[in-house]
Every structure is written in C-alpha cells, then in structure tokens.
Design a protein around this ligand. Structure first.
Ligand code: AP5
Ligand code: MG
Ligand code: ZN
Length: 218
C-alpha cells in the first residue's frame, strides 16, 4: 500500500508523473483540480463555488477542498493506495489532511516535491492543451498527440486550453501557490517524508526518480 502526496507548483508535472505512477503502481489518482473541473462541468454546488476561485487562479477555501478529499478517500476503490495531486496546498490543508488520514487509518508513505523554475513553468503552462472529451494533457512542444489533431487516449479531435492557463491568470496562480510552497515542504520535511525531485528533467527521467522512491516502499 503506497499513500503518496505529490507537491509541485502549477506546471511542475504532477499530472504527468501521476499517469505514469498509476500505470505501474495502480494507485488511485486524486487530483483536486480535476475534481473541481469535473464539478464545474456538471454545475454541482461545489463546482459553482470553485469556479469563481479557479478562473482567477486563486485557491478554493481549505474546508471545501478538504471535505472533497475526505469524501474521495473514504470510497472503497482505494485498494493499492493513492496519489494526492494538488492537495494539500497550504499548511492548514496539510493539518486537515493529517486528521483525515488519522480518522481513515491511512498513514502517508511518502511526499514527493517536483521542482521547476518559474520560467519553465510559464513556458509549460502556456503550451499545454487538453482533450475536450477525456481531459488528456498535451503540450505544443514536449507532448504532441501521436497523430496530429487526434487524442492518443480516446481518439477525439477537439482540444481546449484550460481557462487558468491564459497568461493573465497564470501569473496570479504562480504567485498564490509560491507563497505556500516552502512552508508546505517544511511541514513534511520535519516528518521525514519529503523527497525533492528536479521536475525540469524530461518526463522519463522524472518518473525514474519517482520510481526509485516508490520502489523502496513496501
Ligand atoms: P490543478 O489542476 O491542480 O492545477 P495546478 O496545481 O496549477 O497544476 P497543473 O495541473 O496546472 O500542473 P501539473 O503539475 O499537473 O502539470 P502537468 O503534468 O499538467 O488546480 C487548479 C485549480 O484548482 C487551482 O488553481 C485552485 O483554484 C483549485 N485547487 C486545486 N487544488 C486545490 C487545493 N488543494 N486547495 C485550493 N484550491 C485548489 O504539466 C504541465 C505541462 O507541462 C503539460 O503540457 C505537460 O505535458 C508538460 N510537462 C509535464 N512534465 C513535463 C516534463 N517533465 N518535461 C516536459 N514537459 C512536461
Ligand atoms: Mg495537474
Ligand atoms: Zn481524449
């Protein structure tokens, strides 16, 4: 059982690394960003509340986010363990998560932080595009679909740019998340759980470094 947190600023490659981790370790991928986007698309009360924050690149309130995570972690499909991608993002959320995991009796195995400079993050986010049907993530420079205009995963032909990847929102998103980043890493460093990985390396190299950490967990 591997219970993992992936930390990293917007564009650090949390989603990209998660896909590979899921392929090898069959962990349940829990991305709060993906969950909010789905809730927005379905116009649920949580989605409508989150939209105002997300579209501007601000954080959704801690309690709302923590409740969503607790509900998800309580479901029975988490057999081999989980990856939390994009949660926690504040030390307040980290403290809430400690309580949630205590209640559910799911101790953390490891916390991995993917690191990249702001210049790299901005370049990646501005070049990212998504499949409208299945949400698969691409990049104009580093990850084009194998057949131009066709999603590798589902075969659809329509793509879009995330609302919060527009340049004016990216700047605020990075600022908001940067403020929280160091204290969050300290929180897990103190617990002896943190490994920092250079996220500027190519996806294969990043995954090899992640794999080296995960393969030691029994
Ligand atoms: P969320 O969806 O989690 O966005 P984020 O944290 O900003 O992270 P991203 O998904 O943008 O980046 P990523 O690290 O997954 O990078 P990716 O792999 O796609 O959250 C969105 C919003 O929801 C937040 O702003 C907030 O409003 C709200 N929210 C979510 N969680 C919350 C929380 N806990 N509390 C409060 N609010 C919350 O890669 C990016 C691009 O780079 C892609 O094009 C990819 O192909 C490319 N790429 C990735 N890795 C590499 C590599 N190694 N080499 C080259 N290219 C790469
Ligand atoms: Mg992501
Ligand atoms: Zn698709």
């Amino acid at each position: 059982m591997i219970n993992l947190i992936l930390l990293g600023l917007p564009g650090a490659g949390k989603g990209t690394a998660s896909e590979r981790i899921v392929d090898k370790y069959h962990l349940t991928h829990i991305s709060t960003g993906d969950m909010f986007r789905e809730a927005m698309a379905n116009k649920t009360p949580v989605g409508l509340e989150a939209k105002g924050f997300m579209d501007k690149g601000n954080l959704v309130p801690d309690e709302v986010t923590a409740k969503l995570v607790e509900e998800r972690l309580s479901q029975p499909d988490i057999v081999a363990g989980f990856i939390l991608d994009g949660f926690p993002r504040t030390t307040a959320q980290a403290e809430l998560l400690t309580d949630i995991l205590d209640r559910l009796n799911k101790p953390l195995s490891s916390v991995i932080a993917l690191e990249a400079t702001e210049k790299v993050l901005i370049n990646r986010l501005s070049a990212r595009f998504m499949c409208k049907q299945c949400g698969a993530t691409y990049n104009k420079f580093t990850k084009k679909p194998r057949v131009e205009g066709t999603c590798d995963r589902c075969g659809a032909h329509t793509f879009y740019q995330r609302e919060d990847d527009k340049p004016e929102v990216v700047k605020n998103r990075l600022e908001v998340n940067e403020k929280m980043n160091a204290p969050l890493k300290d929180f897990y460093q103190k617990q002896g759980l943190l490994t920092v990985i250079n996220g500027e390396q190519g996806p294969d190299v990043v995954f090899a470094a992640v794999d080296a950490v995960l393969s030691k967990i029994n």
